[in-house]
Write a protein that binds this ligand. Structure first.
Ligand SMILES: NC(=O)c1ccc[n+]([C@@H]2O[C@H](COP(=O)([O-])OP(=O)(O)OC[C@H]3O[C@@H](n4cnc5c(N)ncnc54)[C@H](OP(=O)(O)O)[C@@H]3O)[C@@H](O)[C@H]2O)c1
Length: 266
């Protein structure tokens, strides 16, 4: 199975936002499948250390790219630094989320969310996806969230950026059909990454949140790649999402999500 995965999506994968949490899990899982990985993050020492560790443990080649994906120059740097690598898979994982009432968060912070969560995946999907299309083989994974299915209080802008990834990724899946390139939107629910643990101290008290590990999410997403445009990871998340999207009236779904975030972040 690792051999066919590597043939389809190797020899190199680019993981944007890869120094910890879900990005680290994607990078380690890809390496375990025999794919070389280029890891992007801002913290140079951390991403370099991780790249070395993965190379040593998994016996694949790795590259560390220190770049800020919130800046156009950082995105262009990633495109240039990966030009010499035969990249077969892009995982755009980096995310920025400012939690709190919409008007308490500064407009600069809201725009930063849009830079990392919207402009970043758009620019890299365009550049790297274009290369994949020309080469006739590969994959593209965009990270969305259960929050992206409806408005969600206290993370209204973040949820909207995740809706962008959902809709962009589905459109690209259809545009790429028959091209040899698979696009996938990975919709995770609560996942125990350092960022999640730091930002949601009372999440453990919330009954509605079935927390997954980053390793579970990465494995499920990579297993599902090529099978459809959208994966909601975790059975409990799929069930919760089914009720929120298909059973409940939309305004009730929005209120339930809002209640949940208020409980988690208060
Ligand atoms: N955790 C959850 O519960 C959850 C649920 C649903 C969806 N998601 C989505 O899953 C993705 C990963 O989430 P996460 O919880 O692992 O943590 P995250 O804080 O969204 O991302 C962490 C990684 O992205 C890098 N990163 C962040 N901003 C960056 C920037 N401007 N430039 C370059 N790299 C940047 C970080 O490295 P540096 O700090 O070193 O730059 C780190 O490696 C996100 O897109 C998030 O929206 C997460």
């Amino acid at each position: 199975m690792a051999d066919s995965f590597r043939e389809k999506y190797g020899p190199w994968a680019l993981v944007a936002g890869a120094s910890e949490g879900l990005g680290e899990a994607f990078a380690r899982e890809l390496a375990a499948r025999g794919v070389n990985v280029a890891l992007v993050a801002r913290r140079e020492a951390v991403v370099r250390g991780l790249a070395e560790d993965i190379a040593r443990k998994a016996g694949v080649e790795t590259r560390a790219i220190a770049a800020d994906l919130s800046e156009r120059a950082g995105l262009d740097q990633v495109v240039v630094e990966t030009r010499a690598l035969d990249v077969g898979l892009l995982v755009y994982n980096a995310g920025q989320s400012f939690i709190g009432p919409f008007w308490v968060t500064s407009v600069e912070d809201h725009l930063k969310e849009i830079d990392v969560n919207v402009r970043g995946p758009l620019v890299l999907a365009h550049a790297i996806g274009g290369r994949l299309r020309a080469r006739g083989r590969g994959g593209l994974v965009l990270m969305s969230s259960l929050a992206g299915f409806q408005g969600t209080a206290l993370v209204s802008n973040y949820a909207a950026t995740k809706a962008f990834n959902l809709v962009l990724g589905e459109g690209l899946w259809d545009e790429l059909r028959g091209s040899g390139v698979d696009a996938l939107v990975c919709c995770a629910g609560a996942t125990s990454t350092p960022n999640y643990r730091n930002s949601a101290p009372s999440a453990g008290d919330s009954a509605m949140v079935p927390v997954q590990t980053p390793e579970q999410v990465a494995r499920e997403a990579l297993d599902y790649l090529g099978r459809g445009p959208l994966l909601i990871t975790g059975r409990a998340n799929r069930l919760a999402s089914f009720f929120l999207r298909r059973v409940l009236p939309r305004k009730l779904a929005v209120r339930i999500m809002g209640q949940n975030t208020r409980k988690m972040y208060s």
